[in-house]
Design a binder for this molecule. Sequence first.
Ligand code: PMP
Ligand code: GLN
Length: 393
Amino acid sequence: MTIPAGDPLVARMRPFGTTIFATMSALAVRTGSVNLGQGFPDTDGPAEMLAAAEAALRGGFNQYPPGPGQPVLRQAVSAHQRRFWGLDYDPDGEVVVTAGATEAIAAAILGLCEPGDEVVCFEPFYDSYAASIALAQAVRRPVTLRPGADGRFHFDPDELRAAFGPRTRLLLLNSPHNPTGKVFDADELRLLADLCREHDVYAVTDEVYEHLVFDDAAGPHTPLATLPGMRERTLRISSAGKTFSCTGWKVGWASGPAPLVSAVLRVKQFLTYVNAGPFQPAVAVALGLGDDYFTGFTAGMQARRDQLRAGLAEAGFTVLRSEGTYFVNADIRSVGGTDGEEFCLSMPERYGVVAVPSQVFYDDVAAGRHLVRFAFCKRPEVLDEAIARLRKA
Ligand code: PMP
Ligand code: GLN
């Protein structure tokens, strides 16, 4: 008996190695470094949510939930979007619960793109985007974000216009944006909406950091779906992981017009079928928490951004603007670095701290070679320790 020769992995997945997050977290553990690489909080979420999960675990929520998600969660997702963003989605048909935002993104791309369809996105992009686009045999059309003299990441509007064409199927937009910390402003969103309407394409928006917009953003978080003519062509994606510090629960959702949500559900039912039974009612409780939770969460994370930003500057890094998310980027040329990947591999020895090279999120690697992403979603004492180590070196 023989087995087929060669790498069994399909060609379209071969360019994708182990994710940078897994690699860098393993490096941190192996070297005893402070892990400011992978973006996950080091505290548990709100007590009410944890208590609700415990109750659900003991209270009959351990079997398959309904395919689109528990009604109580779909209702809470709908109410949350009305409350914060003024968007109305019918919990029955316009909301689907997914295994994190990651599954919603994958199912959206797999469910909406034919082979050869083009997806316009901004680079650097979250790592799952390229893989999901490749799985669908679609084509990514990245538009590059580059830091300006103001420390903010900008794109060239002409480059964006040129990325849209007859094969464009959808715009995949992440704002607040990982890994840059950019929050797309009103003018930028208007241009994106104009292009979506002009070329008659869908928008898939990844808004997992919707509650993490800070004081130096030009305005509050604005879902693209709230712009004229956009609700009917936009699939909005978010998740509980970031807002409620429960990244391991993998509870996400997609909202939009019924045909778009139905496309996601059609694919999702054959990826995971359903997920996170007892966590779904707990996330429903979290989504309904009072305004004090949400304002406290944003303010707390902004204070940590300020803490890390100041520490990085004291350690000699040129620090770029972080208007939102868990992340801030630093330019390593100010501390003698040239290549972010090399620099990050040397960081455990040099500093006892781990970060993530932003270049791995670019097709145009040269555009991000000098940038390193630091996560500040950690306890203040952990950030203090990291800063002390960075300064000592
Ligand atoms: N999109 C972005 C921009 C992210 O940073 C992340 C990761 N945290 C995800 C999607 C994935 O979210 P989830 O863990 O809910 O799958
Ligand atoms: N979103 C997190 C980050 O950007 C990590 C998620 C993951 O490890 N897949 O760091």
